[in-house]
Ligand binder design. Sequence first.
Ligand SMILES: [Zn+2]
Length: 265
Amino acid sequence: MPEGHKTHFLARQHTGWFAGQALSVTSPQGRFRGDARKVSRKVMERCEAVGKHLFYHFENDRLIHVHLGRYGKYRTHSSPPPAPVGLVRMRLVGEARSLDLNGPTTCRVIDQHTRREVIGKLGPDPLAEGSSARKKRLVWEAVRASRKPIGALVLDQSVIAGVGNIFRAELFFELGVDPRLPGAALDKATFDSLWKSLVKMMRTGLKYGKIVTVTAKEARAPLATLEGRDRFRVYGKASCPRCDRPIETIEIAARKLYWCPACQG
Ligand SMILES: [Zn+2]
């Protein structure tokens, strides 16, 4: 599932491709057809990311709301696009580019009121606009008030928006923190480091369009060239890069978490 760095990356890319253009919006598969008509041939102003949600703002105050979920996938084409492949829920055609969306969890046209409702249920997004100090304070208040494991809290989109399973594993490994620790047991200094590392990891992910948590020195290669699991320290790994003991997994918040019990005590 794409994490927050990816939605922000897509929002920048799609704004660059389509802002200021009257887009043709269709639904080759059919499920989005009625909604597509509400925004087709209207000018798209910008695409906005909040956590794992995308909002395409149109001149008539309507928005396309997309949540990719586990299976949602974009395909990009030049314009005009080729024949649709598979179940294309939404097709956006601009002047030079076009975009197909298959398999999203959410793809619908909404108004500003509904957008505010969706965002209102989310915790602060480290990559969204707004004061970082305020976001950090809100997340700290939610974390310290909870008995849930910190490994569950960071995945809870109402606590922090945009963190997924890879950022979670890499974050606790970098800090050497036991993910089973209850939020209320976390001291302020550890939380400060956690927030700092998370913001840095997400910004790096946004810069490269993919999660990269190793340093160039660790990888012995330029970060932009790294692919697959070479980009990570612990996620999907067999042995710990620090102590060489086996990496283990535990289930927290119904997702498998990779960790090194020796280094994260
Ligand atoms: Zn280790």
